[in-house]
Design a protein around this ligand. Structure first.
Ligand code: SF4
Length: 243
């Protein structure tokens, strides 16, 4: 069994496959859905809010109005848990909104999809935000809504930012710029110039995963079971959660 569109690769597919090939099979071949947990649900609410805010307003005083409109109430176990996360998100967006008053870049796009072909494969991806900087260069931005900043985030080896940079260059001819991961809760960015990403090496990494997928190689890798959202449904899980 192979997934639909086996020749189409994106970061989520490749990340999932590299984490655990069997998890890939569950999600992309058998169509199992991971479901929402509070952290991922809050992430959806924040992403929706920032997209609506940047496309419809860009007035920082309105950002919480968009938050209320875009809030997703799914994935919480109780009303109090939902309120706890709602307030976390509100604090994130208050910080974000304050920073907006001094932003000197122009938001060029939000949730913009790139697509390009390479060696018989199709590469797709959606970039949270792209800014045009005052010097005419570009910044592709991926929002992270984790509560804590990952101080060890290794941007040089980030497949996600690498493929976004390559996608921006190949699809929209944005040759000069930087890629940033933006920890919204802490208002902290980690950035790297597009040029640090070795294009051929990155694309070959994606293709290598794609070739294994085409061959139907879906061996479980149990190193990530503890954090896997399918670990209560997977027959190979080394961790079983109580329902
Ligand atoms: S529970 Fe473990 S083996 Fe099963 S899909 Fe998740 S990571 Fe893979």
């Amino acid at each position: 069994m192979i997934p639909n569109n086996p020749k189409e690769l994106n970061y989520s597919k490749v990340k999932t496959y590299r984490e655990c090939p069997y998890l890939f099979k569950l999600k992309y071949v058998l169509g199992k859905r991971e479901g929402l947990i509070p952290a991922t649900s809050l992430g959806v609410s924040i992403h929706r809010t920032l997209e609506a805010y940047h496309t419809q307003s860009n007035d920082p005083s309105e950002i919480l109005r968009y938050y209320n409109r875009c809030w997703l109430g799914a994935g919480y176990h109780s009303a109090s848990e939902q309120m706890e996360y709602y307030l976390k998100g509100k604090r994130m967006l208050e910080v974000y909104g304050q920073k907006e008053y001094s932003r000197n870049s122009t938001v060029y796009s939000t949730e913009k999809e790139f697509i390009f072909e390479y060696e018989g494969w199709t590469f797709r991806g959606k970039i949270d935000r792209i800014d045009k900087l005052p010097d005419g260069t570009w910044e592709v931005i991926d929002y992270k809504t984790d509560a804590e900043v990952d101080e060890n985030f290794d941007i040089r080896n980030s497949l996600q930012l690498a493929i976004y940079s390559i996608g921006a260059r190949r699809t929209w001819n944005m040759q000069n710029g930087k890629a940033s991961i933006y920890f919204v809760a802490a208002d902290k960015k980690i950035s790297a110039d597009f040029s640090i990403f070795e294009e051929k090496q990155i694309l070959d990494t994606f293709i290598s995963a794609g070739q294994s997928i085409e061959l139907g190689e879906f061996e479980p890798d149990t190193r990530h079971c503890e954090f896997c959202l399918m670990n209560n449904r997977c027959p190979y899980s080394t961790v079983k959660k109580e329902n």
